[in-house]
Write a protein that binds this ligand. Structure first.
Ligand code: PLP
Ligand code: ZN
Length: 418
């Protein structure tokens, strides 16, 4: 029996056979994979998972692929770091960082979704893969296409950060830089998918892509000793990751693998300059209003999020909340995480840390609650945002006199003794 029985529309419930399609023909709602729980549940135990590989594929039973992983076999199982020093700054005694800034191989959580989507693309018989991306997905599709021997086409807004562009080109893919914002890139890609029939990981393969993110939630719970946290703060762009983390926790509970059920409240984090999801939540609006993005947090600058409704629904159902922060606060967030925990995150992580600080100041967490911040990308890819904002270096000659002289200056002595 297959693990995945079919797909179901999240809006109207219409069912479809497994195929590379992502929207309902009747109502345009997003499709989700239906797993064969009767067959899967009896065999999934904590022991079976723990005996699996140290990667996202230890949860193979719960992913919508039928064969073994063929692409991205080493993705996932990133560290869950107890953040003592950041916790002290925020008044939280049980604060954790789920650190996908060190995900293999392209340093963001997108490696999870791509490993799942390209393994499925191969099962569907595709040899050409593609994506519309704000940067991290581009890196990951290009890298995994190289690993898997796929032809690939990557579409990005032309004005992305250097690190994101070079970190895509390096893998020998075809990079199409589109003169427009992400939402225009995405619209073009939907048309290109119709014309060329490629496997667009976040368009026609979106249901399979999205489920790769469930592993972010599974890992958090396993790493907390099979407990779901009280709060998870997640950066939102298209709105998929936040709902899939929650779905992952709910699935582990359904399997009876969690100690404490799912008390988890989910929090959406966005930059104020692109905040359709957080604005809808904060104003209590039924529907989100698309925005024209204007923020340094480009990886999450999606003005018309494909899973925006799902993200809002997840936050509301879980009893969570949402906040957004200015670009200055994003940079403060990046610096705060670096200075307290020694983790260099990209702009999306700056958003998430700054939003967590804001939520903590609003009194949304009890000091002893277990709080997890989703750090989803690496700061080495967005260096230009902190350029000139991190204080000076101290140039010296290669001799002790020069070092002595430098240490005598007040500023450097302060730094050394701080
Ligand atoms: C670093 C980073 N974090 C978070 C997200 C948000 O993911 P989603 O589109 O699933 O909301 C993205 C999406 O591009 C991203 O690049
Ligand atoms: Zn429907």
């Amino acid at each position: 029996m297959p693990k995945a029985l079919g797909m179901r529309c999240r809006e109207c419930g219409e069912e479809y056979p497994i195929a590379p399609v992502h929207v309902c023909e009747l109502c345009f709602g997003p499709l989700e994979v239906i797993l064969n729980w009767e067959e899967i549940a009896p065999r999934v135990t904590r022991e079976r998972i723990q005996q699996g590989p140290p990667s996202m594929w230890r949860y193979w039973d719960l992913l919508p692929v039928e064969g073994p992983p063929t692409v991205g076999r080493n993705v996932g199982f990133t560290p869950l770091v107890k953040a003592e020093r950041l916790g002290r700054e925020l008044g939280l005694n049980n604060l954790y960082i789920k650190n996908d800034a060190v995900n293999h191989p392209t340093l963001s959580f997108k490696d999870r979704v791509v490993a799942c989507a390209l393994t499925k693309a191969r099962e569907f018989g595709y040899n050409t893969v593609a994506c519309a991306s704000t940067g991290n997905l581009a890196n990951s599709v290009a890298a995994h296409a190289a690993e898997g021997g796929f032809r690939s086409y990557v579409f990005i807004p032309a004005d992305l950060e250097q690190g994101k562009i070079l970190g895509t080109l390096i893998y020998g893919t075809n990079v199409l830089t589109v003169s427009g914002c992400y939402d225009e890139v995405n619209r073009l890609c939907a048309e290109a998918q119709d014309r060329y029939g490629w496997a667009f990981v976040n368009i026609n393969l979106r249901p399979f892509y999205g489920d790769g993110s469930k592993t972010f939630g599974y890992e958090i719970a396993e790493q907390l000793g099979w407990r779901a946290p009280d709060h998870v703060i997640v950066p939102c762009a298209g709105g998929s990751l936040i709902s899939k983390i929650y779905k992952g926790l709910k699935e582990l509970d359904r399997l009876g693998l969690l100690e404490n059920g799912v008390p988890t409240r989910m929090y959406a984090a966005q930059a104020t300059g692109c905040s359709p999801i957080t604005t809808a939540i904060k104003t209590g609006a039924e529907v989100f209003r698309p925005q024209k993005p204007c923020t340094i947090a480009r990886s999450i600058a999606i003005g018309n999020p494909a899973d925006g409704y799902v993200a809002i629904d997840t936050v509301r159902k879980s009893g969570g909340w949402a906040e957004d922060v200015s670009d200055e606060e994003v940079i403060d967030g990046i610096r705060l995480l670096g200075r307290t925990e020694g983790i260099f995150t990209e702009t999306a992580g700056g958003v998430t840390v700054a939003v967590t600080r804001k939520l903590a100041a609003q009194g949304r967490f009890n000091p002893d609650d277990t709080v997890v911040i989703a750090i989803t990308g690496n700061g080495l890819k967005t260096q230009e945002v902190v350029l000139g904002k991190l204080g000076a270096t101290f140039p010296i000659a290669p001799n002790l006199e020069s070092l002595d002289a430098a240490l005598r200056t007040e500023r450097l002595l302060e730094t050394v003794t701080a």
